[in-house]
Design a protein around this ligand. Structure first.
Ligand SMILES: [Mg+2]
Length: 174
């Protein structure tokens, strides 16, 4: 059975709209997803890097993120004949552990707790595939990296890309 490791933020959980909304409210701006084409918010507004990190350090931030469209159906489908591990670099925001765990239990209750991997460096992950929006995690990963499209990574090349969970379904069915 092939093993698929799946990232949470911007792959399963829709993080950017909430992060952007908090920034806009606090700084009186009206940035949109278009403004984040090819860049992260902290690169677009480097003066706010502390505040942007602060929003993510709020213990409740990750609890009510929307599920990415199609993620539940496709992961449930893949779960039938693949070994699924959720691999999130949660060590980047240790205050997020409880919210991330509860979010997974709420939206992906068919997965076993023991298949949740709250990690730091994903280079340690041993899987056949890693679905992630950050290509840096593929550098030391020995399996196949699938880059999940997110506004910040639209210009990244050199990896197989999936634009949606529909694409993921197609990739693994072929
Ligand atoms: Mg991510």
């Amino acid at each position: 059975m092939k093993r698929i490791a799946i990232d949470m933020d911007e792959v399963m959980a829709d993080l950017i709209p909430k992060h952007l909304q908090l920034y806009n409210e606090n700084f009186g701006e009206a940035l949109t997803l278009e403004d984040l084409h090819g860049r992260k918010l902290r690169e677009v507004r480097p003066h706010a890097v502390e505040e942007l990190r602060g929003y993510l350090s709020d213990p409740g931030f990750f609890r009510d993120l929307d599920v990415m469209e199609g993620a539940q159906d496709v992961i449930q489908e893949l779960h039938e004949d693949h070994e699924i591990f959720i691999t999130t670099a949660a060590m980047e925001f240790p205050t997020s552990f409880t919210a991330k765990y509860e979010w997974l239990k709420e939206h992906f209750s068919f997965l076993n707790d023991l298949n949740f991997v709250f990690c730091g460096d994903k280079g340690i992950i041993n899987a056949d595939y890693l679905i992630d929006d950050n290509a840096r995690h593929f550098k030391r990963f020995e399996g196949t990296g699938l880059l999940f499209t997110s506004p910040h990574n639209v210009h990244v090349t050199g990896y197989e890309r999936v634009d949606s969970w529909g694409d993921v379904r197609e990739y693994f069915l072929k």
